[in-house]
Design a protein around this ligand. Structure first.
Ligand SMILES: [Ca+2]
Length: 398
């Protein structure tokens, strides 16, 4: 009798637990990671052969979980076209967007929150190709003309602030090529809800260790390109902006050498790849900018060097290769002139990898700190100590 009661109450618990779980699933709270069929590997009704491979995916339900408009084709790795092998960034399938074609997916999000979209893209023709990513009204067009990696594709991140509880994520090919078989290839679409890290007490830099940023797949080995973004409110890298017309690369410790934690920034394209942040300062106070400068472990051809800016100070700092370390610590002293001081970094050289001679690479920065400079106090104590030593020395002599 007693056992039956226990069993029954356990069952009640299970029932209510699964009920809660169902409610949670029904609410469709967006999870970090791959979107539904974000890798385009879910077979459509009738199989992949009905979609791409010379055919065409018409209609709103042709590609599972996505809506399409215009010519959106499923492409398969190894698929040839005009003597060229199409590039599929991950797995066996991806989609190609024809002239003026678009693909979209609705997402249940939290209104007011910041989200970052990660996706991989490749261009198919030599012509200038670009891919527009939007969550209306926010939109950005990513230029695919510059290939950063020799694999023929790159991953990008783009962030938006949710204006509603349900938003539509759209990828669109704005191009109008003469050859309709041209058009960018899209793969591996993921999302991550971003958090703005707390500002540390002893450091004026927000997210100076770069640990908060866009979604990265564990098996993603190329890093994530962060294209131009001048709005710090909607940055995939909270706190920072990319104020140049070229991208910088967000790298992880699973595939690259990272000075601190799991994430860092690799600066690419010389002064065409600039990250910066406005940090809070007190005018006329002395500050010190310190940061880690290293290599990414990606066979980047030396020399590596950065230009570091803090307020009106600028300094070029070369990375000194050392067999015992993958990074060094550098600093720059400055006196604040205003309530906000700009801190910025770019690579002095245009570096490429020594193994393929064409992938862009560069110096790695991490663990960026701005703090009131203690140098004056240390000097005073140092002098006092030295003075005291002399005093004792004199006493002993006497
Ligand atoms: Ca880090």
């Amino acid at each position: 009798m007693a056992m039956r009661i226990v069993w029954s109450s356990t069952r009640t618990k299970w029932v209510s637990l699964s009920g809660l779980l169902l409610l949670h699933l029904a609410a469709g709270q967006l999870q970090d990671g791959l979107l539904n069929n974000g890798d385009f590997e879910t077979p459509p009704a009738g199989g992949f052969s009905n979609l791409g491979l010379g055919g065409r995916g018409d209609g709103p339900t042709a590609i599972p979980s996505w809506k399409t408009n215009g010519t959106v084709e499923a492409v398969e790795s190894g698929q040839k076209q005009g003597g060229m092998i199409l590039i599929v960034p991950q797995g066996r399938h991806a989609v190609r967007l024809g002239n003026d074609a678009e693909i979209s997916q609705d997402m249940k999000v939290e209104k007011g929150s910041l989200y970052s979209i990660t996706f991989s893209a490749a261009r198919t023709c030599a012509q200038l190709e670009s891919l527009n990513v939007s969550v209306p009204p926010a939109s950005q067009t990513i230029d695919l003309q510059t290939l950063y990696s020799v694999q023929g594709w790159d991953s990008y991140a783009w962030a938006f602030q949710a204006q509603d509880d349900v938003v539509s994520l759209l990828f669109r090919n704005l191009g109008m090529e003469d050859d309709p078989t041209c058009g960018p290839i899209l793969d591996d679409v993921a999302v991550k809800k971003l958090f703005t890290p707390d500002k540390p007490k002893d450091n004026a830099v927000l997210n100076g260790d770069f640990e908060e940023g866009p979604w990265m797949f564990r098996n993603e080995s190329l890093g994530i390109l962060l294209p131009t973004n001048l709005d710090e409110e909607t940055s995939s890298l909270p706190g920072w902006i990319v104020e140049s017309n070229r991208a910088v690369r967000y790298i992880d410790s699973y595939h690259f050498t990272v000075p601190q934690g799991k994430r860092a920034i690799e600066l690419l394209s010389g002064k065409e790849g600039i990250i910066s942040q406005m940090v809070e300062t007190t005018p006329n106070k002395p500050y010190r900018l310190t940061f880690s400068l290293g290599h990414a472990g990606d066979s980047c051809k030396q020399p590596l060097a950065v230009m570091a800016f803090a307020g009106d100070q600028a300094q070029n700092i070369h990375y000194t290769p050392n067999a015992n370390a993958t990074f060094q610590t550098a600093d720059l002293n400055f006196t604040a002139k205003a309530d906000r001081t700009r801190v910025a970094f770019y690579s002095i050289y245009y570096n490429t990898r020594s193994d393929d001679m064409s992938s862009l690479c560069g110096p790695v920065v991490d663990d960026i700190r701005v703090a009131l400079s203690g140098s004056n106090r240390i000097n005073v104590i140092g002098r006092l100590g030295l003075g005291f030593g002399w005093f004792v020395f004199v006493l002993v002599l006497v």
